[in-house]
Design a protein around this ligand. Structure first.
Ligand code: ATP
Ligand code: MG
Length: 590
């Protein structure tokens, strides 16, 4: 944003039931520091739903002089990849930069993993020589915790197959059945578990299970799996391990190792909470235990927020990749030109509740327009150019006009745009047979060319095929700024660019990716993909726009907000993405 632009009004300080709980703990001095975490599994790119979780976790840390660790929950190597680790790290840094990066918890590079069940991985300072936390860095300590559970008679090695385990578990209404291996001795369990680690058994031959209660009404407490055998390499630990902890076992203990005070997650984990507490309470840990709190996920109209579905859009080539500007991924939104500040304003403004609901896409678009209206400079561009000849301006004559870059600033910045004999206007701004109340250019009519002067229609010249070759007008140069008739009023004002000075550019006009507010309507979200979600036009831009740095968003007057494409734009072959229209283009369509 230019230094001379006013800051958009900051969103009000948020308040919600989780922040109330944290405030209570701060007031009673329960913890030396508030520590939260954002724990993505590196099996996909982050999406707009994750932005809500990041802003909540980072926000609470930020507001309480605390820390929020970025931790990869990387316990399922089969589905994970370093590509995702890298994209997630980039996206988190981007989302919170300029706001709360100082409280992002990283760990010193190259931290050794240890077999101490009371391992403590923090606090760490963010900095060049630090990296995110990884659950895989705790594999030794997690393994030690599992052995400790065995020694305490709270876990056992089970030889049931995955299918048998499923059957023995029962259903929500019928109790499960004890595994025949439930009463193995501590010695036998320790021996088998060590041999599992040593690689003596094939995948799924055995598992480690917690010994809780097969009759519990909570299915998650029916002797849940803690470790399984998986002879697959891991993106962080290579071939060191062939047994991997399950999410429920790794997550609560990773929270403990990092000194997390408030482990905030989404509602589907509410039923896991008794297990979260059971594991922590049955190992004999010495430091205060973290607690879990749940909130409702963000669901957004016309949008899918499931990594599985987003992956499908990518693999089925419905979009051009995870960062396709139509994707609700953070990388897609960034490439589309959505500022991080707008995303934060949106997700923070929604508040935090325990009730699932669908957020109207208009709320998101409103936040984006609010932000961009304040932060973007104005320029002129024509999306669907038709030629307009001003017959009373000589060929080669240039009439400099002053255009405003920042009408929102107290002292607006300006630039010069050159009016010439030939200009381009947008095809939409001319109607040969105008509907009633059409105030743009029409036969016999007058309009003002923004920042220039009033022009009067003279003649329409057509191609042999009936399309418009050019529109011929005369310019009333006495209506320019500073001229005697500058104040003369006409009903319509349209945008334009000089034909000789403007540059051609590929402009990608994006629309919603789905035609239904609920993309799952009818059962298959792929059936609801909007076939018109991308229209590409060859536009004409003011010449200065060729050098726009990636990340800069301009308002093209009367058209919307546009940004150079991060992958394809060059100064010699400009490619712009439409970030968003000026107003809800969908509203009139009902
Ligand atoms: P998906 O369901 O799409 O696979 P996930 O929840 O499994 O996503 P994780 O990587 O486990 O993805 O998510 C990291 C964190 O983000 C978790 O704490 C999760 O609760 C939170 N999160 C995921 N989706 C949303 C959402 N739509 N709104 C808010 N928070 C979310
Ligand atoms: Mg998950």
């Amino acid at each position: 944003m230019s230094a001379d632009l006013p800051e958009p009004t900051a969103p009000a300080a948020p308040s919600d039931f989780i922040r109330d709980i944290v405030a209570g703990h701060v007031a009673e001095g329960r913890y030396p520091q508030i520590v939260t975490r954002f724990p993505p599994e590196p099996n996909g790119y982050l999406h707009i739903g994750h932005a809500k979780s990041i802003c909540l976790n980072v926000g609470i840390a930020h507001e309480n002089n605390g820390r929020c660790n970025l931790r990869f929950d990387d316990t399922n190597p089969a589905k994970e990849d370093v590509e995702y680790v890298d994209s997630i790290t980039t996206d988190v840094r981007w989302l919170i930069s300029g706001w709360a990066e100082a409280c992002l918890g990283f760990e010193p590079r190259g931290t050794e993993s240890t077999a101490d069940i009371n391992y403590y991985a923090g606090p760490a300072a963010p900095g060049a020589d630090s990296e995110p936390f990884f659950a895989s860095n705790y594999f030794e300590a997690l393994y030690a915790c599992a052995e400790e559970l065995i020694r305490r008679g709270k876990a056992y090695v089970c030889d049931l197959t995955p299918a048998e385990t499923e059957t023995y578990r029962g259903t929500p209404d019928t109790p499960g059945k004890n595994s025949p291996f439930r009463d193995r001795s501590v010695e036998e369990n320790l021996d088998l578990f060590r041999r599992m680690r040593a690689g003596e058994f094939p995948d799924a031959a055995r598992s480690l299970r917690a010994k809780i209660d097969m009759a519990s009404p909570n299915i998650w407490l029916r002797d849940p799996l803690l470790y399984r055998i998986r002879h697959v390499a891991h993106h962080q630990t290579g071939s060191k391990w062939c047994i991997y902890p399950l999410y429920d076992f790794a997550h609560c203990l990773s929270d403990y190792f990092e000194g997390i005070t408030h482990s905030i997650c989404t509602l589907e984990f509410e039923v896991h909470r008794p297990l979260y507490d059971w594991i922590l309470e049955n190992i004999g840990l010495s430091r205060p235990l973290p607690r879990q709190y749940e909130f409702a996920k963000l669901h957004l109209g016309y949008t899918v927020v499931s990594k599985r579905k987003l992956l499908k859009l990518v693999t089925e080539k419905i979009v051009a990749g995870w960062d396709d500007p139509r994707m609700p991924t953070l990388s897609g939104l960034r490439r589309r030109g959505i500022p991080a500040a707008a995303l934060r304003r949106f997700v923070i403004g929604l508040g935090v509740t325990k009730y699932d609901s669908l957020t109207d896409l208009a709320v998101f678009e409103h936040a984006v327009r609010d932000e961009l209206n304040a932060s973007s400079e104005r320029r002129l561009a024509v999306l669907k150019p038709i030629k307009l000849v001003l017959t009373n301006i000589a060929e080669g004559e240039v009439i400099p006009c002053t255009a405003t870059n920042t009408p929102q600033a107290e002292v607006p910045a300006t630039r010069t745009v050159n009016l010439a004999r030939e200009v381009f206007i947008d095809a939409d701004d001319f109607a040969e047979v105008p509907p009633p109340k059409y105030f743009r250019l029409k036969p016999g009519g007058e309009v003002r060319l923004k920042y220039a002067c009033i022009i009067k229609f003279e003649e329409l010249v057509k191609n042999p095929d009936g399309t418009i070759a050019e529109i011929r007008c005369t310019a009333d140069l006495t209506t320019r700024t500073g001229q005697p008739n500058a104040d003369r009023k006409v009903k319509g004002t349209i945008h334009w660019v000089s034909a000789s000075e403007s540059i051609p550019a590929e402009v990608r006009l994006y629309d919603r990716l789905f035609t239904k507010a609920d993309p799952d309507e009818g059962g298959d979200f792929l059936q609801n993909v909007n076939p018109q979600s991308l229209e590409t036009v060859t536009a004409r831009l003011e010449p200065g726009l060729a050098d726009t740095p990636v990340g800069t968003v301009y308002q093209f007057e009367r058209l919307g907000y546009f940004t150079p494409d991060a992958r394809d734009h060059t100064a010699t072959k400009p490619v712009f993405n439409r970030t968003i229209t000026l107003k809800d283009a969908w509203a009139p369509r009902g």
